[in-house]
Design a protein around this ligand. Structure first.
Ligand SMILES: Nc1ncnc2c1ncn2[C@@H]1O[C@H](COP(=O)(O)OP(=O)(O)OP(=O)(O)O)[C@@H](O)[C@H]1O
Length: 601
């Protein structure tokens, strides 16, 4: 296998700072749980009460031993009252714990539901520049898997750790009351456990982070392979992708195994050993104090209570530490979700102005994706309302970039683009998107019906959808489908030809009744007949809609009011087809001649 096949395709992650991960995760939890403050407070309060009631059990046992059993004082009514009291306290405590855990489970699930919706909503508002670098599978993983793992964080933090801490505190307080010196011996367990957790974390944290990274890469590869399946199969690359997947998967298995080893060695066995050690120490202390004599009745009672409490201290500590590996994973996930949420959203546009007739004015527009490397230079252009402009130029000359700026996918320098006199950045989003339609180069279709694909969630009547389809000359082929407008088009419109998809995309853009229509090589993949259909559809918009069409196929824009010829990000020529053809040795003329040659070949 070639070495590059095993390299992960994502950039190596910067070393993760533990403190930052915990801080990010805490910020995310607080944010998601803030509407649940009341439930959290009540749940914690009742859990405290439950722990208090549970702590009474061994105390009742101590009193029973001290006052009745050892002195052989069979005061039956009092003994029965003590036992019934302890039983009722136990039942109430169990009921309270059950109710509160159900309550906190609700808090956890609602919070995660909220986080997932927030993350998805946030992703929808991210600027296009973000998606230039995003890997789809990893993003999907953030929205689904990582948010699910955050639920683990809630379950661990809220249920196990909170509940365990409360039980622990209750038992420690009871021991403090019984014999503070013995309590101090038991309390020595807490730093010992802290040390174990620290060691565990040191050993397993890199493996936990790596496991999650690899899982996300596995997702990314599956998503990418499915999206590019025709290319993969045609290029006979499936074996290579299988190998790469297997290597990633093997890495995932190894790092998961490392994690589990640390878990298996450090957690339960060490804690169980500490439990035994502690019992031995407490028994030794009692033996030492008694100095060979029989224990007094008071001491027997205390010994009984202490042995009960030690198991109550150990069990929560075991629970907390056992949850640690999951907690680690959940923390990493939460911090990644937090990082995604920290990505700056597209700035909110102003609230003045709206698109009217659709006149576009571009003035001295210079734009760079990377600082210092402009791809558009000093563009000045007037596009009157209702006009039809074609944009042509060689590959990489900046045509799509200009369109992306008109679409506000990237922020154009303030004031350099105006629509009806209003700076682009000042037009409210709703009004802007409703007035500017796009027909992209790759017509993106949803796995839905033809009707839904034209409406894309907008509240359009059937008549409006069908009128748009007629205007795009798509009505004929849609009606010929098995269920007409209600025909399911398959994932990505798999049941349509490329030309039909393109007409559908035009219908979708027209259905919004835009004032401005932008087309990005809408005829690149269609046959000459469909191209003529598109041309007729565009011609019908003349005077009503401002049309800007990028075209590789020059015949599409031949009839445009003006054709803009871009060359290395600058306007090289501007005029009608006839005017441009007259420029001696002109760029446009050469493009036309080249295309004629290609067609003849
Ligand atoms: N998202 C991006 N990030 C960085 N550089 C980009 C990005 N998109 C395009 N470029 C660069 O900007 C330049 C102009 O690209 P653009 O896509 O606008 O050209 P184009 O004329 O539309 O090309 P084509 O006809 O091939 O679609 C190119 O050099 C390209 O590499």
């Amino acid at each position: 296998m070639p070495p590059e096949a095993v390299q992960p395709r994502t950039l190596p992650a910067p070393p993760v700072q533990r403190r930052r991960i915990v801080g990010d995760a805490a910020a995310l939890l607080l944010r998601a749980a803030s509407p649940e403050r009341r439930h959290l407070a009540i749940g914690t309060l009742w859990l405290l009460l439950a722990a208090g009631l549970e702590a009474l059990g061994p105390l009742a046992g101590k009193v029973l031993i001290d006052q009745y059993l050892l002195p052989r004082d069979a005061d039956l009514p009092r003994m029965a009252a003590l036992l019934v009291g302890a039983l009722v306290a136990g039942i109430v405590a169990s009921w309270l714990r059950y109710r509160q855990l159900v309550r906190l489970a609700g808090v956890a699930m609602r919070s995660v539901q909220r986080i997932r919706e927030t993350v998805y909503g946030h992703v929808l508002r991210l600027p296009m520049a973000f998606f230039d670098h995003a890997i789809i599978g990893q993003l999907v993983s953030r929205v689904t898997n990582d948010t699910e793992a955050v639920k683990g964080l809630y379950v661990q933090v809220l249920f196990v750790i909170l509940d365990s801490l409360i039980i622990l505190t209750g038992a420690m307080l009871a021991m403090l009351w019984l014999d503070w010196r013995l309590m101090l011996i038991v309390a020595a367990l807490v730093p010992a456990v802290a040390l174990i957790v620290y060691l565990y974390q040191r050993l397993s944290a890199p493996a936990v982070t790596r496991t999650r990274e690899l899982r996300s890469e596995l997702n990314a590869q599956v998503a990418e392979s499915i999206a590019g399946m025709p290319v993969l199969q045609a290029a006979n690359a499936t074996q290579r992708f299988r190998d790469r997947f297997a290597t990633l998967n093997e890495g995932h298995y190894r790092s998961r195994r490392r994690e589990l080893r640390a878990n298996a060695w450090l957690l339960r066995p060490v804690l169980d050993f500490l439990n035994v050690l502690l019992l031995a120490i407490v028994l030794a202390v009692f033996g030492f104090r008694a100095g060979g004599q029989a224990l007094s009745t008071v001491e027997v009672g205390i010994l009984y209570a202490f042995i009960s409490y030690i198991s109550r201290v150990i069990e929560p500590l075991v629970q907390i530490t056992m949850q640690f590996s999951q907690l680690q994973q959940a923390l990493v996930s939460a911090s990644r979700v937090h990082a995604l949420l920290a990505e700056a959203e597209t700035p909110v546009a102003g609230d003045r102005g709206r698109v009217g007739a659709g006149a576009i004015a571009i003035e001295r527009l210079t734009f760079a994706y990377q600082p210092g490397r402009p791809v558009l230079h000093d563009i000045t252009l007037e596009l009157p309302a209702g006009s039809f402009h074609g944009i042509v130029g060689h590959t990489g000359s900046g045509k799509s970039t200009l369109l992306s700026l008109l679409l506000r996918f990237y922020a154009a320098p303030a004031g350099s683009v105006r629509i009806d006199g209003v700076p682009l950045e000042g037009i409210p989003e709703e009004s802007f998107r409703a007035s500017v339609g796009l027909v992209p180069q790759e017509p993106f279709l949803l796995a839905a019906t033809a009707r839904e694909n034209i409406a894309v969630g907008r509240p359009l009547s059937d008549a409006q959808v069908e009128a748009a389809a007629r205007a795009a000359h798509a009505d004929g082929f849609i009606r010929a489908l098995a269920q007409g407008y209600d025909t399911f088009l398959g994932e990505g419109g798999a049941r349509l030809s490329t030309g039909q998809k393109q007409l559908l995309a035009i219908a979708r853009a027209l259905a919004g009744e835009p004032r401005i229509l932008l087309l990005d090589e809408a005829t690149a993949h269609v046959d000459s007949e469909t191209e003529q259909v598109v041309q007729r559809a565009l011609a019908a918009l003349r005077g009503r809609v401002t049309v800007v069409a990028i075209a590789h196929r020059l015949s599409t824009v031949r009839d445009a009011d003006r054709i803009v010829v871009l060359n290395h990000g600058r306007i090289a020529e501007l005029g009608t087809h006839a005017q441009l053809m007259e420029i001696p040795d002109g760029l446009y003329q050469r493009l036309v001649q080249l295309q004629q040659l290609e067609e003849e070949e």
